[in-house]
Design a protein around this ligand. Structure first.
Ligand SMILES: C[S@@+](CC[C@H](N)C(=O)[O-])C[C@H]1O[C@@H](n2cnc3c(N)ncnc32)[C@H](O)[C@@H]1O
Length: 270
């Protein structure tokens, strides 16, 4: 089994995605997804951005490497009566099922950044985007002090070293890497822009329960806990993450969680 696919099928990202709904809606408006656009959502999960994009009248295809999330997305589309939205299995490194220049907008929020071959990912995103269209990516930023970058940083300190040749997904949060990858795919540098943006995780539960969702359902954190358990450090990892979650929480209600996280928003004009 492809380890990238195994990682994301291991947990159940829908449990985390349930805390991302409002920000997903806001993001789709911020990036100007409107009626009639052909949109590809790459690494779409169960549709955090694909579902609101379709609700705004775009024709949306969600592609994800995790079959359980493709199934969950198709169920959400059906339940919402969205006939202009479908999900299919695929790998951001190789979109050979999709035609050249098929989409007006290719979006990937915290999705394609996790694919193992970033230069292939950039080339494929560029290939399937129509001239005059655009690519919009959201990527977590290495070393950023906010939630997700810190979870991944803390988790990596408890995990075995990655295999030889592994390229960290976090490199997609570094502007120079982004520019290098898209220019290698034939995009002039002047057509690539990057800015910081914010995504807010919201849960009707205290931060300790929100952390439980990562521990039990988010592949990368599940793996970190497995490694930490094997080395007798699981309690230490739990304490470190709990301190992070409470420190980052901005909800005034002690039974709720609201945590903003900074990401790099990349826009590539074709
Ligand atoms: C952190 S989740 C984000 C999901 C969704 N974009 C959202 O905002 O809710 C990362 C997603 O990327 C998907 N993914 C990881 N590697 C992928 C690849 N090589 N090709 C397509 N999807 C991939 C995972 O299965 C997962 O759904």
């Amino acid at each position: 089994m492809n380890p990238n696919q195994a990682l994301w099928e291991k947990g159940d990202f829908t449990r985390l995605a349930a805390t991302m709904r409002d920000s997903g809606e806001a993001l789709v408006d911020r990036i100007g997804i409107t009626k009639g656009l052909e949109v590809l959502d790459l690494g779409c999960g169960d549709g955090t951005t694909a579902v609101p994009a379709a609700r705004r009248g775009a024709d949306v295809l969600g592609v994800d490497i995790a079959r359980n999330l493709v199934e969950a997305g198709n169920l959400r589309a059906k339940e919402a009566g969205l006939t202009n939205l479908s999900f299919q299995h695929g790998d951001a490194c190789d979109l050979s099922d999709l035609d050249d220049r098929a989409f007006d907008v290719v979006v990937s929020f915290f999705g394609a950044m996790f694919a193992p071959r970033p230069f292939d990912v950039a080339r494929e995103m560029v290939r399937v985007t129509r001239p005059g269209g655009r690519i919009v990516m959201g990527n977590w930023i290495p070393g950023d002090p906010t939630l997700v970058a810190q979870i991944l940083k803390i988790s990596s300190a408890y995990s075995p070293p990655p295999p030889e040749g592994f390229v960290s997904p976090m490199t997609w949060g570094i502007v120079d890497n982004v520019v290098e990858r898209f220019t290698a795919a034939g995009v002039p540098e002047a057509k690539i822009s990057c800015e910081h943006d914010t995504f807010v995780f919201e849960a009707a539960a205290p931060p300790s329960e929100f952390l439980g969702l990562f521990r039990n359902y988010y592949g990368p954190t599940m793996n970190a806990f497995e490694a930490a358990e094997a080395s007798g450090r699981a309690d230490e990892l739990a304490r470190e993450l709990e301190a992070l979650f409470y420190e980052q929480n901005q909800s005034p209600d002690s039974n709720a969680t609201s945590i903003p996280a900074t990401f790099l928003r990349v826009t590539v004009e074709r």
